[in-house]
Ligand binder design. Structure first.
Ligand code: FES
Ligand SMILES: [Fe+2]
Length: 435
């Protein structure tokens, strides 16, 4: 595990503490005690150091090791046509293509012969053939043909470039960058629903993946960053009761706005997915928002949105909704980086990128409202400990018989069972809301 860099911002308080110790040297021993940092400050310091260690996504970096245990969304299915694409994930330059049978292939970008890019290659039933001298690679990256060699297969057998398993499922192209048998792609609830329609979009961010993931577990920001959006009415009040609770897949963040009389539940799901419901707008949206690191300073978001049919709606009303969402999506430049699909998301993107390509945690001061952020960072650290102990991190699904993973998410009004965490969780009566 990498050693955390020292926190320069805290040097001033440390100096002050040192001088206090000097002044109090001659006093009775008991009087020196207040100079110690309170326990809470040490906890927050740890969270900042963890964040610094989570920036890297290489094979030996903590976050790189975690992400390599999961299927990661890397493209919207509808955006991958017949032409191969240059892509980059977890710091690796790759080429993504679609076999004639529709199955995606993902291999290293450079041909092992003389480094031509395979993005100009031709796709064949067995794989992708380099446009320069015709070497052919299968989807594991194994070279299987060298047309100009006396024995077309012999030397080829010793040549291999990177190649990763890729799947086209639920309208998303997924890739597995780990070793060994890949797990199951989790069947999240809205992937399997048929009582509505879905659309998936992607966005690129000019910043480190953790800044994007932290936005998912930060319920306070909606009251400020999104105050001039359709969310205003329901989230204008700062949440006055935040709580995080572990789940089977990650943890849930509950933020309660007492005056407005509602509580919001958002799920964080490993490795970096936000299962959220925007159920107070029309049409309401159920969302799986995935974050995939491109490299240390670039990130991909893939957002799967499910729009449930209103009860009793006829076909005309449903088609109206489909058109509404499609018209909205047409405004998104689908393959243009750094554009967003909605005003709200544009606001998020601006805030995340304005923290810098890699937010300098030496200059952050976590507060009470950052419970979700602290929980997230510690969650990654615990996940890494699990990996180091030879176990799977959370939400690595190995059981192919699991048909659906359900989540309770959205805004719950006063009186609903989910409004009050003490009613949701009998083990936390002390946290009953002051209602
Ligand atoms: S560079 Fe690819 S076959 Fe020669
Ligand atoms: Fe936001």
């Amino acid at each position: 595990m990498k050693k955390s860099p020292a926190r320069t911002k805290k040097s001033a308080p440390r100096k002050a503490a040192a001088s206090q110790r000097t002044i109090t040297k001659a006093r009775p021993r008991k009087a020196a005690a207040p100079a110690r940092k309170p326990a809470a400050a040490r906890v927050l310091g740890t969270a900042s150091r963890i964040a610094q260690d989570l920036v890297g996504v290489g094979t030996k970096d903590p976050a790189g090791r975690i992400f390599r245990h999961y299927w990661l969304p890397i493209e919207v299915s509808a955006d991958l046509g017949e032409k191969p694409k240059e892509v980059r994930f977890l710091g690796e330059d790759l080429v993504l293509f679609r076999h004639p049978n529709g199955k995606p292939g993902l291999v290293g970008r450079k041909c092992a012969h003389r480094n031509a890019s395979l993005v100009m290659g031709t796709v064949e039933p067995e794989g992708i053939r380099c446009c320069y001298h015709g070497w052919l690679y299968d989807c594991t990256g194994q070279c299987i043909d060298q047309p100009a060699e006396p024995d077309r297969k012999k030397l080829a057998a010793s040549i291999k470039i990177a190649g990763y398993p890729a799947e086209d499922r639920y309208g998303i192209i997924w890739a597995y960058f780990g070793e060994g048998e890949p797990p199951v792609i989790p069947p999240y609830d809205i992937f399997t629903r048929t009582d509505g329609f879905n659309r998936t979009v992607k966005s690129y961010h000019n910043c480190n993946w953790l800044q994007v993931a932290e936005n998912m577990v930060d319920p306070l920001h909606t009251s400020f960053l999104h105050r001039f959006s359709p969310l205003t009415d329901v989230v204008a009040e700062c949440p006055r009761f935040d709580k995080t609770e572990d789940t089977q897949y990650g943890f849930v963040v509950q933020s309660t706005r007492l005056d407005q009389g509602h509580s919001r539940l958002d799920h964080f799901v490993f490795p970096a997915m936000n299962r959220v419901a925007v159920n107070h707008i029309h049409p309401p949206l159920e969302i799986c928002w995935f974050v995939t690191p491109i490299d240390e300073t670039h990130t991909l978001s893939v957002t799967y949105r499910f729009v449930p049919n209103p009860p009793g709606a006829d076909e005309e009303a449903i088609q109206k909704r489909v058109k509404f969402v499609e018209d909205m999506d047409k405004k998104i430049p689908r393959n243009s980086p750094h554009e967003s699909g909605s005003l709200v998301f544009a606001q998020d993107m601006w805030a995340m990128e304005s923290q810098g390509p890699i937010s300098d945690r030496n200059f952050e001061n976590l507060a009470n409202s950052d419970k979700g952020v602290i929980r997230l960072r510690r969650g990654y650290w615990d996940a890494l400990k699990a990996i180091e102990a030879g176990r799977d991190p959370p939400n690595v699904l190995r059981d192919a018989s699991v048909k659906v993973l359900n989540f309770e998410t959205g805004i719950f009004h006063r009186g609903a069972d989910n409004f009050d965490p003490a009613r949701r969780n009998a083990h936390s009566p002390a946290e009953k809301l002051p209602v």
